[in-house]
Design a protein around this ligand. Sequence first.
Ligand code: PNS
Length: 160
Amino acid sequence: MRVAVYPGSFDPITEGHLDIIKRASKMFDELVVLVLINPEKKGLFDIEERKVLIEKVTKNIPNVKVKAFHGLLVNYMKERELNVIIKGLRAVTDFEYEFQMALMNRKLSPTIETVFMMTSAQYSYLSSSSVKQVAKFGGDLNDLVPKEIIDDVVNKILNK
Ligand code: PNS
Protein backbone atom coordinates (compact mmCIF):
# COMPACT_ATOMS: atom_id res chain seq x y z
CA MET A 1 0.00 0.00 0.00
CA ARG A 2 1.37 3.44 -0.92
CA VAL A 3 1.07 5.78 2.06
CA ALA A 4 2.22 9.41 2.18
CA VAL A 5 2.41 11.85 5.06
CA TYR A 6 1.41 15.49 4.69
CA PRO A 7 2.90 17.26 7.72
CA GLY A 8 2.37 20.80 8.90
CA SER A 9 1.29 23.04 11.72
CA PHE A 10 -2.20 23.61 10.25
CA ASP A 11 -2.98 26.42 12.72
CA PRO A 12 -5.63 26.46 11.31
CA ILE A 13 -6.05 24.41 8.12
CA THR A 14 -6.68 26.69 5.10
CA GLU A 15 -8.26 26.20 1.68
CA GLY A 16 -4.68 25.97 0.35
CA HIS A 17 -3.92 22.99 2.62
CA LEU A 18 -7.22 21.35 1.71
CA ASP A 19 -6.43 21.71 -1.98
CA ILE A 20 -3.12 19.84 -1.48
CA ILE A 21 -4.90 17.17 0.62
CA LYS A 22 -7.51 16.56 -2.09
CA ARG A 23 -4.92 16.32 -4.85
CA ALA A 24 -2.39 14.23 -2.88
CA SER A 25 -5.08 11.81 -1.69
CA LYS A 26 -5.67 10.88 -5.34
CA MET A 27 -2.00 9.95 -5.80
CA PHE A 28 -1.66 7.57 -2.84
CA ASP A 29 -3.69 4.74 -1.33
CA GLU A 30 -3.65 6.56 1.99
CA LEU A 31 -2.70 10.09 3.01
CA VAL A 32 -1.87 10.81 6.65
CA VAL A 33 -2.33 14.48 7.49
CA LEU A 34 0.04 14.91 10.41
CA VAL A 35 -0.23 17.85 12.81
CA LEU A 36 3.18 18.66 14.28
CA ILE A 37 4.70 21.35 16.44
CA ASN A 38 6.68 23.99 14.60
CA PRO A 39 8.81 25.42 17.42
CA GLU A 40 9.28 28.64 15.44
CA LYS A 41 5.56 29.45 15.48
CA LYS A 42 3.37 30.51 18.38
CA GLY A 43 0.24 28.39 18.22
CA LEU A 44 -3.36 29.63 18.31
CA PHE A 45 -5.07 26.21 18.49
CA ASP A 46 -3.47 23.34 20.41
CA ILE A 47 -2.56 20.40 18.26
CA GLU A 48 -5.55 18.24 19.25
CA GLU A 49 -7.88 21.12 18.30
CA ARG A 50 -6.13 21.48 14.93
CA LYS A 51 -6.60 17.76 14.35
CA VAL A 52 -10.35 18.02 15.05
CA LEU A 53 -10.68 20.91 12.55
CA ILE A 54 -8.87 18.91 9.86
CA GLU A 55 -11.08 15.88 10.56
CA LYS A 56 -14.14 18.07 10.16
CA VAL A 57 -13.14 19.21 6.67
CA THR A 58 -11.74 15.88 5.38
CA LYS A 59 -14.45 13.55 6.67
CA ASN A 60 -15.69 12.85 3.14
CA ILE A 61 -12.29 11.80 1.79
CA PRO A 62 -12.12 8.11 2.78
CA ASN A 63 -8.38 7.56 2.35
CA VAL A 64 -7.34 10.55 4.50
CA LYS A 65 -6.37 9.95 8.13
CA VAL A 66 -5.55 12.75 10.56
CA LYS A 67 -2.95 12.30 13.29
CA ALA A 68 -1.11 14.51 15.77
CA PHE A 69 2.45 13.97 16.98
CA HIS A 70 4.63 15.88 19.44
CA GLY A 71 8.10 14.84 18.21
CA LEU A 72 10.27 14.80 15.11
CA LEU A 73 8.53 14.06 11.82
CA VAL A 74 11.18 11.48 10.87
CA ASN A 75 10.60 9.57 14.12
CA TYR A 76 6.88 9.34 13.40
CA MET A 77 7.72 8.00 9.95
CA LYS A 78 10.45 5.57 11.01
CA GLU A 79 8.23 4.02 13.69
CA ARG A 80 5.61 3.31 11.02
CA GLU A 81 8.00 2.49 8.15
CA LEU A 82 6.70 5.38 6.03
CA ASN A 83 8.93 7.06 3.45
CA VAL A 84 7.07 9.77 1.53
CA ILE A 85 6.50 13.32 2.76
CA ILE A 86 4.21 15.62 0.77
CA LYS A 87 4.75 19.37 1.03
CA GLY A 88 2.97 22.21 -0.73
CA LEU A 89 5.02 24.99 -2.32
CA ARG A 90 3.46 28.40 -2.83
CA ALA A 91 6.26 30.50 -4.20
CA VAL A 92 9.98 30.98 -4.42
CA THR A 93 9.94 32.31 -0.87
CA ASP A 94 8.83 28.89 0.45
CA PHE A 95 11.57 27.12 -1.44
CA GLU A 96 14.62 27.80 0.69
CA TYR A 97 12.90 26.87 3.95
CA GLU A 98 11.33 23.74 2.49
CA PHE A 99 14.56 22.70 0.75
CA GLN A 100 16.47 22.99 4.03
CA MET A 101 13.84 20.99 5.90
CA ALA A 102 13.71 18.27 3.22
CA LEU A 103 17.48 17.83 3.33
CA MET A 104 17.52 17.79 7.14
CA ASN A 105 14.81 15.13 7.18
CA ARG A 106 16.74 13.06 4.67
CA LYS A 107 19.92 13.45 6.72
CA LEU A 108 18.04 12.20 9.80
CA SER A 109 16.44 9.35 7.88
CA PRO A 110 18.02 8.60 4.46
CA THR A 111 15.13 6.57 3.04
CA ILE A 112 12.72 9.49 3.25
CA GLU A 113 11.70 11.32 0.07
CA THR A 114 9.99 14.71 0.12
CA VAL A 115 7.62 15.31 -2.79
CA PHE A 116 6.67 18.92 -3.50
CA MET A 117 3.31 19.86 -4.96
CA MET A 118 2.59 23.29 -6.38
CA THR A 119 -0.26 25.08 -4.65
CA SER A 120 -3.12 26.00 -6.98
CA ALA A 121 -2.71 29.59 -8.18
CA GLN A 122 -5.84 30.86 -6.46
CA TYR A 123 -4.39 29.95 -3.06
CA SER A 124 -0.83 31.09 -3.62
CA TYR A 125 -1.24 34.12 -1.32
CA LEU A 126 -2.81 32.16 1.52
CA SER A 127 -1.20 31.26 4.85
CA SER A 128 -2.47 30.34 8.32
CA SER A 129 -0.79 33.49 9.69
CA SER A 130 -2.60 35.79 7.28
CA VAL A 131 -5.88 33.98 8.02
CA LYS A 132 -5.37 34.69 11.74
CA GLN A 133 -4.78 38.37 11.02
CA VAL A 134 -7.89 38.64 8.87
CA ALA A 135 -9.93 36.90 11.59
CA LYS A 136 -8.50 39.08 14.33
CA PHE A 137 -9.59 42.26 12.61
CA GLY A 138 -13.00 40.99 11.57
CA GLY A 139 -12.34 40.31 7.87
CA ASP A 140 -14.22 37.84 5.69
CA LEU A 141 -12.82 34.30 5.96
CA ASN A 142 -14.79 32.88 3.03
CA ASP A 143 -12.44 31.28 0.46
CA LEU A 144 -9.59 31.41 3.01
CA VAL A 145 -10.58 28.56 5.33
CA PRO A 146 -13.14 25.82 4.67
CA LYS A 147 -16.68 27.03 5.49
CA GLU A 148 -17.25 24.35 8.15
CA ILE A 149 -14.54 25.83 10.38
CA ILE A 150 -15.03 29.59 9.93
CA ASP A 151 -16.99 29.88 13.20
CA ASP A 152 -14.38 27.83 15.07
CA VAL A 153 -11.62 30.16 13.91
CA VAL A 154 -13.54 33.34 14.68
CA ASN A 155 -14.59 32.09 18.15
CA LYS A 156 -11.06 31.01 19.01
CA ILE A 157 -9.61 34.38 18.04
CA LEU A 158 -12.30 36.32 19.94
CA ASN A 159 -11.99 34.21 23.10
CA LYS A 160 -8.21 34.15 23.15
O1 PNS B 1 3.18 24.19 8.34
P1 PNS B 1 4.61 24.39 8.73
O2 PNS B 1 4.70 25.21 10.01
O3 PNS B 1 5.46 24.97 7.63
O4 PNS B 1 5.18 22.92 9.04
C1 PNS B 1 6.47 22.74 9.59
C2 PNS B 1 6.53 21.39 10.31
C3 PNS B 1 5.49 21.34 11.44
C4 PNS B 1 6.29 20.27 9.31
C5 PNS B 1 7.96 21.27 10.92
O5 PNS B 1 8.19 22.32 11.83
C6 PNS B 1 8.18 19.93 11.61
O6 PNS B 1 8.43 18.93 10.95
N1 PNS B 1 8.09 19.94 12.97
C7 PNS B 1 8.33 18.76 13.77
C8 PNS B 1 9.80 18.74 14.22
C9 PNS B 1 10.68 18.28 13.07
O7 PNS B 1 10.68 17.12 12.69
N2 PNS B 1 11.42 19.22 12.45
C10 PNS B 1 12.18 18.94 11.24
C11 PNS B 1 13.65 18.96 11.47
S1 PNS B 1 14.27 20.54 11.03
